[in-house]
Design a protein around this ligand. Structure first.
Ligand code: NAD
Ligand code: DAU
Length: 359
């Protein structure tokens, strides 16, 4: 039975990944979820699986070497799936230090602990061990020519403290494979959307604001382009890379779903209007009049677009969910989980929102 150590499993993609893996492998795997439960970590995301005998949760910080070493000592880990990170660009612009600490130092701790646990006296590694580092397309910077795409060979050119910290972590992982032949692989994925995404990110923020009649703050001219992927398709790609990707390689993941931000916002409004029953009191709030253009994000990357040729050609990965279906699934999920949204937007979130949007 394969034993997975998932870091950041209480966050958006990590929790979707854990659900995905139990749906796919059932009782044939074991998952240990290690998460510090920052503002972005939420055990409510895992309520349906928390009592499984092949799942356990450890509250620990990936910067805490002793705690991470102990987990490797107490468990024979086969696969590390490293999601844990500070993930929001706007927060990185306001407070970069924690991004360096968690995303760079935390990744170094994870690499060192896994290496110490897996390395044999002759410098090779126990069989079948894999360290999958989950990264982002933002490390490649911003595309200006509409015919260009991010390939695995595209030079790194990060602009925000977030993407710079992720780029640093990627390079550390690469250095471990180059120097120590450490069994790592990297995935660089485009923007994810789906259930359990914290409403500081574009799609859940716009859904929540539209339903509650709050302004929809569009940065700059609204024409920045992101390449959207339904979260389950990302999880499928990660699983395929763990199973069949080559050690020391990186794989871009994206589904050719490039959209301008303003298009996303208008699609959310249109879809909410279609889905909400007319007698639902929330439907009265939903209107394009809520769209408000606000000051642009500092250093705002213009366009991201992934070329997923490598993962497609080598591993046969293709996304299953079109944007049109994915956005409906996502909106329905948020409509059915009003309590989840209320819980995550109480307390600290209000302070964050005021600081971010009212100043
Ligand atoms: P998230 O912010 O929703 O979740 C991050 C999780 O990491 C949270 O559960 C948080 O508690 C945990 N965490 C943070 N600091 C920690 C620490 N020091 N120790 C232990 N746990 C800690 O992020 P997400 O959107 O799910 O992203 C997960 C990973 O995927 C990140 O590495 C991110 O860079 C990458 N990624 C995200 C996207 C996207 O669109 N969201 C796209 C590509 C790659
Ligand atoms: O590309 C992958 C990355 O996608 C991940 O690595 C990051 O962890 C993830 O947060 C995401 O980064 P973005 O900055 O692209 O996502 P965000 O949802 O913050 O913003 C998407 C776009 O929408 C971006 O161009 C900024 C814009 N935006 C965002 C917010 C929150 C707005 O116009 N208004 C907003 O209020």
């Amino acid at each position: 039975m394969k034993n997975y150590l998932v870091t950041g499993g209480a966050g958006f993609i990590g929790s979707n990944f854990i659900h995905y893996m139990f749906r796919k492998y059932g009782d044939d795997i074991n998952i240990i979820n290690v998460d510090a439960l920052t503002y972005a970590g939420n055990l409510e995301n895992l309520k349906e699986i928390e009592n499984r005998s092949n799942y356990s949760f450890v509250k620990a910080d990936i910067r805490d070497k002793e705690a991470i070493d102990r987990i490797f000592k107490d468990n024979d880990i086969d696969v590390v799936v490293h999601f844990a990170a500070e993930s929001h660009v706007d927060r990185s612009i306001k407070n970069p230090e924690v991004f360096v600490e968690t995303n760079v130092i935390g990744t170094a701790v994870m690499l060192n602990s896994a290496k110490a646990a897996w390395e044999l006296p002759d410098g090779t590694y126990k069989e079948g061990k894999v360290f999958l580092h989950v990264s982002t397309d933002e490390v490649y910077g911003s595309l200006s020519d509409p015919k260009d795409y991010f390939y695995e060979t595209t030079p790194y050119d990060p602009h925000s403290p977030y993407s710079a910290s992720k780029a640093s972590a990627d390079l550390l992982v690469k250095a471990y494979t180059d120097t120590y032949h450490f069994p790592a692989k990297i995935t660089n994925c485009s923007n994810n959307y789906g259930p359990y995404q914290f409403p500081e990110k574009l799609i859940p923020l716009m859904i929540n604001n539209a339903l509650t009649g709050k302004k929809l703050p569009v940065y700059g001219d609204g024409k920045n382009i992101r390449d959207w992927l339904y979260v389950d398709d990302h999880c499928k790609g990660i699983d395929m890379v763990i199973e069949s990707g080559r050690i020391g390689e990186k794989y871009n993941i994206g589904g050719h779903n490039e959209r301008e931000n303003i298009h996303i916002v208008k699609t959310i409004i249109k879809t909410l209007k279609e889905i909400l029953p007319p007698d639902d009191p929330r439907s009265a709030n939903v209107s394009e009049d809520l769209i408000t253009y606000v000051e642009d994000r500092k250093g705002h990357d213009r366009r991201y677009a992934i070329a997923p040729d490598k993962i497609h050609n080598e591993l046969g990965w293709l996304p299953d969910t079109s944007f049109e279906d994915g956005i409906k699934l996502t909106i329905r999920w948020y409509l059915e989980h009003e309590d989840w949204m209320k819980n995550v937007t109480s307390g600290d979130y209000q302070e964050y929102y005021k600081r971010m949007y009212n100043e």
